[in-house]
Write a protein that binds this ligand. Structure first.
Ligand SMILES: [Zn+2]
Length: 105
């Protein structure tokens, strides 16, 4: 697979795993791992050790773990779509929906 075409704040659709079908906003992108962190998706439990010197309470914290690339949510289509890259006449690149061809950014 090529470089991640997703950006922070994109709304995406999860296409596999226990959160399949969920949509959420990208909080963070890890291009080198081809993964993204999506808001409220793929929660994992993290055990934190109590540490009084740092005033840490300890216990179990839930946080989002990075997940593999998904589909971008197209508001025009109302579903997950694939991103198509398009080069404009002035040389700049934009992302478009592969179905309705609306411009994403
Ligand atoms: Zn579309």
């Amino acid at each position: 697979m090529n470089k991640v075409m997703f950006k922070k704040n994109d709304t995406v659709v999860v296409i596999s795993g226990k959160d399949k079908g969920k949509t959420g906003k990208i909080l963070k992108v890890f291009p080198e791992k081809n993964k993204v962190v999506v808001e409220k998706v793929n929660f994992i439990k993290e055990f934190i050790r109590r540490d009084q010197s740092k005033n840490v309470q300890g216990g179990v914290m839930e946080k989002e773990a990075p997940i593999h690339v998904l589909l971008l949510y197209c508001t025009e289509c109302g579903r997950g779509i694939r991103i198509r890259k398009k080069r404009l006449e002035d040389g700049s690149k934009i992302r478009t929906c592969n179905i309705c061809e609306s411009t994403i950014d």
